[in-house]
Ligand binder design. Sequence first.
Ligand code: NAD
Length: 313
Amino acid sequence: MTTHGLPTVGFIGLGSMGTGMTRNLQQAGYPLVVNDLRPESAKELIDGGAIWATTAAEVAAKSDLVITMLPTPRHVADVVSGPGGVLEGIADGGTWIDMSTSVPEVANAVRGSTSSRGLHILDAPVSGMSVGAANGKLQIFVGGDAADVGRLRPVFEAMGDPERILHVGAHGAGYAVKLMINQLWFSHLVATAEVMAVGVSAGVDLGVLRDALVASPANSNFVEHDVLSILENGDYDEGFAMALACKDLGLSVDLARSVGISVELSAIVEQVFRRARNIHGDRAGEMTPFRLYEDLVGTPLRLVPVEEKVVAR
Ligand code: NAD
């Protein structure tokens, strides 16, 4: 199963993220066995030498390690523990890495039900959006045993930025770090939309307001960089859908509940996102909640290019 000394990687979930990740694994020389509900998503990979498997069990049986990159914990549970799933094909002592944004329950249940099989299970969710997946610059947060993380580092490096592949703790820590990053970023989004809507409605020029925020102690990466995709281009980032953003926020609140921490702010942010999803749909971009506040102002919040301001004068 091993070509040129590299292990065969089984990869399940060839969506916005999995497409770029598998392309980079293939370019790094890893033989691939792949599966997705949409066979057409594997065409380029198969042209490049990847093997198509009709079930997750077959992926696992033909690979040295299996990676899942699926939408939700339910999808992960089905693909791993369901009929025809990874557990039916994986060899004793085999390796499963879940790179989906998820919660520890699924992997914990698998660990519990397979304790005699010596499986190596890691959670390794990512940041960096589909662009980062495509250009191999993902940030990867790995939870699991240090020896496994060391052994699998070259595989992670084929998909991510070597400087930003972090072993963040034991099983489940990767999921937790990823969910907290998303929670804080989504909170920044709602907070920024609110203050910009109020400031502009109070008569302040949007550009002046943003410059003042950037120069102030209230600055954030969101105000300085990420919000510009809306303010300059009207781009609400369709590379990451509202359905997945709401899934992440739900998981974040679930995680808080499971560890007994009250999270009033997170719960409100989740509700704002759910409202935007109700109005604009599952496929709308993750920054769509900004539009709720633009609707309150009565106009999109857009920076006027400097040259237009000069002409206007
Ligand atoms: P996606 O919906 O684009 O892709 C998921 C893929 O899984 C699809 O191709 C789908 O056909 C496949 N799939 C679903 N059920 C399956 C099954 N039973 N068997 C085989 N394949 C199945 O999702 P995505 O954007 O690639 O996200 C994947 C994960 O990565 C999610 O957990 C998401 O939260 C996380 N994530 C996404 C981004 C992003 O910017 N898109 C960034 C970071 C993390």
